[in-house]
Design a binder for this molecule. Structure first.
Ligand SMILES: [Zn+2]
Length: 146
């Protein structure tokens, strides 16, 4: 898995956690308000105390959602950062043997230093992410050995 793909996973997970906690918080907040209203409208002291206690519990549960919202939000931003750090690319990559920069696996010239890279077989450039990344690695390894 390359950095960009990892970033996408972190981004989606963070967003899902933040959104889930946010919706949960809104629902708990509504129920806490309902409990407060019920306490005000209650026709005897016992019911009033019960509703008030329910409201307290709901507000406590509501406030517990905040760290999840913040944490999920931070994870989403981090994930976005990872995607940008990876050049916004979800294509397979390899490391240039000369300058150690990351270039696309299908590249034949390093975009950073201009070094010629070992091309992967043309039929492999259309295959899966994993196969292409492996083919690029194999191509470089073969050159190092000879
Ligand atoms: Zn290079």
């Amino acid at each position: 898995m390359n950095f960009g793909k990892m970033g996408l996973v972190v981004f989606v997970l963070g967003l899902a956690i933040a959104a889930g906690a946010g919706m949960n918080r809104m629902s708990l907040d509504r129920r806490a308000t309902n409990a407060s209203v019920a306490a005000t409208l209650a026709d005897n002291a016992w019911r009033r105390i019960n509703h008030r206690a329910d409201g307290e519990d709901l507000r406590e549960a509501r406030d517990k959602m905040i760290p999840w919202i913040i944490g999920g939000g931070i994870a989403a931003v981090l994930g976005l950062g990872m995607i940008f750090a990876a050049g916004g690319s979800f294509l397979p990559t390899r490391t240039c043997p000369k300058c150690a920069e990351t270039v696309r696996a299908a590249a034949v010239v390093c975009k950073h230093c201009g070094t010629d890279l070992q091309p992967v077989a043309p039929n492999q450039s259309k295959s899966s992410y994993r196969a292409l990344a492996k083919a690029a690695e194999d191509a470089e390894r073969k050159v190092k050995r000879s």
